[in-house]
Design a protein around this ligand. Structure first.
Ligand SMILES: CC(C)(COP(=O)(O)OP(=O)(O)OC[C@H]1O[C@@H](n2cnc3c(N)ncnc32)[C@H](O)[C@@H]1OP(=O)(O)O)[C@@H](O)C(=O)NCCC(=O)NCCS
Length: 171
């Protein structure tokens, strides 16, 4: 269901090292909101902030050449959403979209779609790309299918916190 508030168009820019803490905080907030029924509650209640801060400090402090991270800002929201991708990550499926999260309070306003379109424009629109989404994340799956994605594979997420949850590769 879309939010009825008139959308404030986000500004989208590449993230840099100074954004690491804010992206880590949104990443944790979005996990706790969107994956409450998917990930182990003990994991979500645990010290995930430290883990995400370390991840984003590393990714943005010393970016891999294939990595791209874009940040969406709206008036009043410095971190409305972010997307992280790795170019040409898979010989068959191409670029991997590894993370896409929108502030839970700002979902359904087109920010996720703008982020994904900006990312695709950055990493070459004529090349394939793919991502994994939990099967139980029905709204997330619907979002990607509405944008034209196709489910090409079903697997089991092997991260311990996922406890064997099925996930879908969407290309
Ligand atoms: C999936 C997500 C990135 C979409 O971003 P968004 O800015 O809310 O999406 P848009 O406004 O561009 O598109 C809205 C669509 O997203 C979907 N959606 C997913 N979660 C939603 C939510 N919590 N609220 C509203 N819409 C949601 C809906 O299908 C909606 O389509 P509809 O209008 O046909 O109902 C965002 O909801 C999010 O961060 N979800 C949690 C994390 C996640 O699932 N990430 C992707 C999986 S890897």
């Amino acid at each position: 269901m879309r939010n009825d508030t008139p959308p404030e168009p986000p500004a989208i820019r590449p993230a840099d090292a100074a954004d690491a803490g804010r992206i880590a905080a949104l990443h944790c907030e979005s996990w706790r909101d969107a994956y409450a029924q998917v990930l182990d509650p003990a994991f979500l209640a645990g010290p995930i902030e430290a883990d995400r801060r370390a991840l984003w400090a590393e990714r943005l402090g010393a970016p891999a050449p294939a990595q791209g991270v874009l940040l969406a800002e709206t008036p009043g929201h410095e971190t409305a959403g972010f997307i992280c991708f790795f170019r040409d990550n898979d010989p068959r499926w191409g670029t991997l979209i590894d993370n896409l999260h929108v502030d839970p309070a700002l979902r359904g306003r087109g920010i996720g779609e703008r982020l994904i379109r900006a990312a695709v424009a950055t990493f070459a629109p004529d090349r394939p790309f793919h991502l994994w989404v939990f099967e139980a994340n029905a709204a997330g799956v619907r979002f990607y299918l509405r944008l034209g994605g196709t489910i090409v594979e079903r697997g089991i997420d092997d991260k311990p916190a996922a406890r064997g949850a099925p996930h879908l590769r969407i290309a």
